[in-house]
Write a protein that binds this ligand. Structure first.
Ligand SMILES: Cc1ncc(COP(=O)(O)O)c(C=O)c1O
Length: 387
């Protein structure tokens, strides 16, 4: 069969997260701290709107950039973050954040262009960049900086081939949130070296401890060189609806729209109508954020009470990235042990890049009872190891 495939397809591999779940299928009574999606259901009023759309005949193709009513609503939403995006030409509705990332990379990357990606980082970035013909260039983010990507580290990796910088705050897998100064320094670098910034903000509503989301696109001279990617998946527990959006310069959004036209036509119509309702239901998103905050606090306290594990307290997303170096096992071996011996799924930090070795990614998108039980199990495992 291999002879029918092109080289880029041959290189496509299953990600480590999916692989972990495949393995877990053979175990009973497993608690998953591996999943990268909300365990909560889409709020009822949003579901209702999707059903209403279906029943009222919204069962056809829509315009390639998405329905104008949703683009207008997205434009209003972006204003809250000081981004002025014209719904006619500067916004596109996409198949989740992933759809937006794919279109954007495919219309901007020329073969051999270098794309700077934080390490550790959600690994789909690497696969997408490579498929678009680009060369991923990892830049380490360090625990000493709470895994915030620093301009000084990016600078070391800039060459005359650097075309794009991808940032993701709040971050998957670390939960790190870039503060205003981090963003300002990164913006200065992007302007100086004429780099496009793709700002993946899919976790922007999941912020804790009074932190307010700041988009790099709102900084001076950054709107024209930034593509903001966002999604309804995490904010409104709508992963299965497959709806997200991107905003950016007319030039790029126009080509993303043409590509969407030729590849998939548009996002499912009922999902787009439901998304309008979602943006008018921000209170639901904030209620969910409160739930995640309680869970984060349970997990932070629990993990830090286990000898050999230490975990900084991230300000965003629903991930923790505990340091497991003192346990004396590489992260893959530890994740396998936790699954096999105590039935807890965690993702090895090494799945997110070299810099992730020595850590686990833990998702707290699970009930408080399950999280407490998971902590008990991890503790039991560690104590038995030490004995
Ligand atoms: C950092 C990051 N960006 C984008 C996405 C894409 O999500 P979706 O396509 O469901 O919007 C994810 C999903 O896990 C993510 O973690």
């Amino acid at each position: 069969m291999k002879r029918f495939l092109n080289q880029k397809a041959i290189e496509l591999k299953q990600g480590a997260i999916r692989a972990m779940f495949d393995k877990a299928r053979f175990y009973k009574d497993v608690i998953s701290l591996g999943i990268g999606e909300p365990d909560l259901d889409t709020p009822e009023e949003i579901i209702e709107e999707g059903c209403k759309a279906l029943r009222s005949g919204k069962t056809h193709y829509t315009g390639n950039a998405g329905i104008i009513e949703l683009r207008q609503e997205v434009s209003e939403y972006l204003k809250k973050f000081n981004i002025n995006a014209d719904p006619e030409g500067e916004i596109i509705i996409t198949t989740g954040g992933m759809g937006a990332l794919a279109l954007c990379l495919l219309v901007t990357i020329s073969p051999g262009d270098e794309v700077i990606i934080q390490d550790p980082q959600w690994l789909n970035y690497y696969a997408q960049v490579k498929f678009a013909g680009g060369v991923p260039v990892p830049v380490p983010a360090y625990e000493e900086n709470q895994f915030r990507l620093k301009a000084e580290d990016i600078k070391k990796k800039i060459t005359d081939k650097t075309k794009i910088l991808m940032i993701n705050s709040p971050n998957n897998p670390t939960g790190a949130v870039l503060d205003f100064n981090d963003l300002k320094e990164i913006a200065e670098l992007a302007i100086e070296h004429d780099i496009i910034v793709i700002s993946d903000e899919v976790y922007s509503s999941l912020l804790y401890d009074g932190i307010v989301h700041c988009s790099i696109a709102s900084l001076p001279q950054m709107k024209e060189r930034t593509i903001v990617v966002n999604s309804f998946s995490k904010t409104f527990a709508m992963t299965g609806w497959r709806v997200g959006f991107a905003s950016g310069s007319r030039e790029i959004i126009e080509k993303m729209t043409r590509l969407q036209e030729n590849m998939v036509a548009c996002v499912a119509a009922p999902s787009q109508y439901a998304a309008i309702k979602a943006l008018r239901s921000m209170d639901k998103a904030y209620e969910m954020t409160e739930i995640y905050k309680r869970r984060r606090d349970i997990m932070i306290e629990g993990l830090n009470s286990i000898e050999g594990i230490s975990c900084y307290c991230p300000k965003g997303s629903f991930y923790l990235f505990p340091n497991i170096k003192k346990l004396g096992k590489i992260s893959e071996a530890l994740a396998n042990d936790l699954l096999e011996k105590v039935g807890v799924i965690c993702i090895p930090g090494s799945a997110f890049g070299d810099q992730g070795e020595g850590y686990l990614r833990i998702s707290y998108a699970n009930s408080e009872d399950n999280l407490e039980e998971a902590i008990k199990r991890i503790k039991k495992y560690v104590e038995e190891q030490i004995k």
